[in-house]
Each structure stands twice: as structure tokens, then as C-alpha cells.
Design a protein around this ligand. Sequence first.
Ligand SMILES: [Zn+2]
Length: 275
Amino acid sequence: MAGSPKKQEVLALSVNNQNLTVRLTEHARARRLSLRVDPISGCVVLVKPKRASKKAAIAFAEDKAHWIADRLAEMVLPVPFADGTEVPILGEQHTIQHCPEARRGVWRENNYLNVSGATDHLSRRIHDWFKDEARRFITPIAHSYAEKLDRTVTNISIKDTRSRWGSCSLGGRLSFSWRLIMTPTAVTKYVIAHEVSHLCELNHSERFWNTVDQLIDDRRAQTQWLKEHGGDLHRYGLNEWKNNPNGLQSPSYALHGIQSTPQSGARQEPSDPVS
Ligand SMILES: [Zn+2]
């Protein structure tokens, strides 16, 4: 552990003709200069020991310009929920439309997601709407799949877990990422079928996959979709995460899950339980 930060300073550097914002942090116990790209904020963090000069730290960051550029290129840009933002709902693009005068909360109409009320509450309202919508979509399907397998779902939680799309715990408790409501319906159905099948098989054996195949068709196309596009979904409403302490909780309760972490270079990927 490097100890708690002593001093922070935001630097605007020009590296290879590109403007770069770097957060310089001094750690009393840091032994050397180091750089990392924060996977949540996309911020470049430069840590320097107390004894190193600011000049040396800047020179270090400039020297590592290619490394920084490569890491940033691997990252996804945040898409805050705001008026005019395009968001996928059940795989279809919708535009967020702020209707401050209306008194209807959040409602979907054609390819618009309309939001009434003050601008300050817009992001929170959209976030809540997505969670509610995910619950409305997932709950009846999960119960109907469980019924087909002669099992019972005791509880469904809708969360913003970063590392799993879904999970299944002993006792029939299922958990899903609200971001699934952005994917095409067949993808969400696959994740539901996957977790419900764990009520029969707490493993990824051939018997488990045969159970999944009883519930849905073409699961490979859906796992492929999640591999290709799943990480991208974590960009949406990114501002929420910074203010939402529940947004980054570790899914340690999960017995089995489908990995959902985007492939951003700085993170160590857990082994993919689906493949
Ligand atoms: Zn699983």
C-alpha cells in the first residue's frame, strides 16, 4: 500500500500534440514514479514520491506518452445520461429528450426516452428508469424459465455490478445487471436462462449447457454479442458511478456469473466462466 495521498494537482500536458489531463498525486510512501489510467474515470494518474520533483514527474509522463495513448485508446468514453444522448433500449437506439415542463417522470415513446423535471435530476431519473425497466423485463421471464425446469426463483436483485451480468446464489436468489435492458432481448434472455439453469446445475458442465439449450436457442450468438459489445454498455450513465457508492460493489456473493467487465487494459481480467 502506498499510503494516503498527500497532495493532488491537475496538470494539462501536451503530449505528441495531444492535450492530456493528468492528475499528479504525491504519496509519502511511494518509492518511484508511476502512471496508471483509472478504468472508471479515464483519468491519467501520475504518482510521485515526496522526494521526486514535479519536473521529473512531468518528464516521466511525457516519456511514457505512447503507453498513455495506448491505454486511453483501449478505454471507452463515458456517455453521461443527458438531453440528446443516444442510449440503446432492448438493442434499439433511443434519444434522451428532456421535457422539463412535463409531469410524467420518464416515458418511452417511439425512439425517444422522455424525461420530465429538473436537469439536475435527469441522470438519476434515467438510471432509476433503466433499473425498473430491467426488473419488469427480467422478472416474468426468470419465473417462467424456472417453472419449465421445475425450480423456484426466490428473489431477483437488479444491480450495477461491473464484473458480472448475472449471478445465482444458493436458495434461488438471482441477480442481474440493469445494463442488460440495453442489449437485444435475445441476449438478456440468454443471461436469464444461464442463471436460472444454475438452479439445476451449479457448474458449467455439459448438463448445465444442455439445460440452457432447453430454454433458449442459439446461445453462442448471444455470448458472442456480449463479448463484442458488452463492455461498451458500461459507458452509459458513467457519471452515476462516481456518485453512487453501490455502483462499484464487488459481486462476491455470486456463485456463478457471466463476466461483464470491459476489456480495458489496466484491469486484470478474471477467467471467463462462459467460455
Ligand atoms: Zn454460470
